[in-house]
Design a protein around this ligand. Structure first.
Ligand code: HEM
Length: 339
């Protein structure tokens, strides 16, 4: 059973990473409301692909919870309805107007992008649960506790997703969501590194430097996610992309902190790279090079936001690279120890 733990932890990690990636694609394509209900989509297990499936047809039976588009509004079946006369059924209260969001559009692409995102989220739960069971079976207490933490964090992230779909627009919900996702990935990463064993000895200052760089990167991710919440609001208000950076710079201190924070992040990472000296073999060197590449990617996408036209594609790239930067150094932290 012990032999299963590492592959399961890797699966859990990569599927959770895919969920973060899918989440950013959802946002890039504006598909967040592609499924107005949760956990079903338009009241269906397999979401609709064409508008015919969400329009009213006499003689058809609609299960409770089913959503239809009638007169450019979404209506939700309150019980099983055999369609006959929509007006009469509506008056009887068989259908009620969907009011959780002011969103009444059926867009099959958005629906499917959001649905695939949810499927991946559910799928990510499978190796996470298997890992929890396998580690308990193998009597590996530490892995069990960590795996339990990852499962709980996964539950929190899924619950937050539901709250957002249900219209409970929690302040900072995206930031909390992001921190939840990051927690899952960080825990899975610790499990992987622990199971791999054999830590590399590092000079105390290098490992402390790495720790500080991690903390600084985490703050950078936090401020970035807050900036992103403002960006979403500005875009929803109709502000053009080329004007976004100017607007952010003149109205949000966090944006300025995030923009300048880059230099602190860069210096903190350069410090541990310098201090690690000759203790870099194999995977450590790969992690260092990946960190440098990710720092360059953050700068490039950041420049596209600040001085370019704030291209939509750069948003998921910036997000995934930022998370990748944190995870690369986090993994390295758990692969090293002080001598
Ligand atoms: C190592 C450095 C950096 C890290 C780790 C980082 C990380 C992040 C993260 C995680 C987000 C949230 C993305 C999302 O939720 O979709 C974000 C957003 C953002 N960052 Fe950075 N960032 C860095 C550098 C920069 C730089 C140099 C700039 C230049 C101005 C910048 C500008 C922005 C902007 C404008 C947003 C909002 C983008 C959006 O709405 O998607 N970042 N950052």
């Amino acid at each position: 059973m012990k032999g299963w733990l590492l592959p399961l932890a890797r699966w859990a990690f990569w599927l959770a990473f895919l969920v973060v990636l899918a989440g950013s694609v959802v946002r890039m394509t504006g598909s967040g409301m592609g499924c107005p209900d949760w956990p079903k989509c338009f009241g269906l297990l397999v979401p609709p692909t064409e508008v015919e499936q969400v329009t009213y047809h006499e003689g058809e039976t609609y299960a409770s919870g089913r959503m239809l588009l009638v007169d450019d509004r979404f209506w939700v079946a309150q019980k099983e309805v055999v369609a006959g006369d929509f007006e009469a059924e509506r008056e009887r209260g068989d259908w009620s107007l969907y009011t959780k969001h002011d969103y009444h559009i059926f867009h099959p692409l958005h629906t499917w992008v959001e649905f695939i995102n949810r499927l991946l989220g559910a799928l990510a739960g499978v190796p996470a649960l298997l890992l929890l069971m396998a580690s308990a079976w193998a009597r590996d207490l530490r892995t069990t506790v960590l795996a339990l933490g990852a499962v709980l964090a996964l539950g929190l992230v899924a619950w937050l997703g539901k709250l957002v779909v249900d219209g409970n627009l929690l302040p900072h919900s995206i930031t909390i969501h992001m921190m939840g996702a990051l927690a899952i990935l960080a825990i899975d990463s610790v499990i992987i590194q622990r199971l791999k064993g054999a830590r590399v000895r590092w000079h105390r200052s290098a490992r402390w430097g790495l720790f500080v760089a991690l903390a600084v990167t985490l703050v950078q991710i936090l401020t970035g996610t807050e900036v992103r919440e403002t960006v979403d609001v500005l875009l929803a208000e109709g502000l053009g992309r080329p004007d976004l950076a100017h607007q952010l710079a003149s109205s949000q201190v966090l944006y300025l902190m995030h923009r300048s924070g880059y230099w602190v992040v860069l210096l903190s990472h350069l410090f541990w790279m310098w201090r690690m000296g000759p203790f870099g073999q194999g995977h450590v060197l790969r992690a260092r090079n990946a960190t440098l590449a990710l720092l360059a990617a953050q700068m490039t996408t950041g420049l596209l936001f600040a001085y370019g036209a704030f291209p939509a594609w750069a948003q998921p790239v910036h997000l995934v690279m930022g998370v990748g930067l944190f995870l690369t150094t986090w993994g390295l932290f758990w692969r090293t120890r002080t001598n």
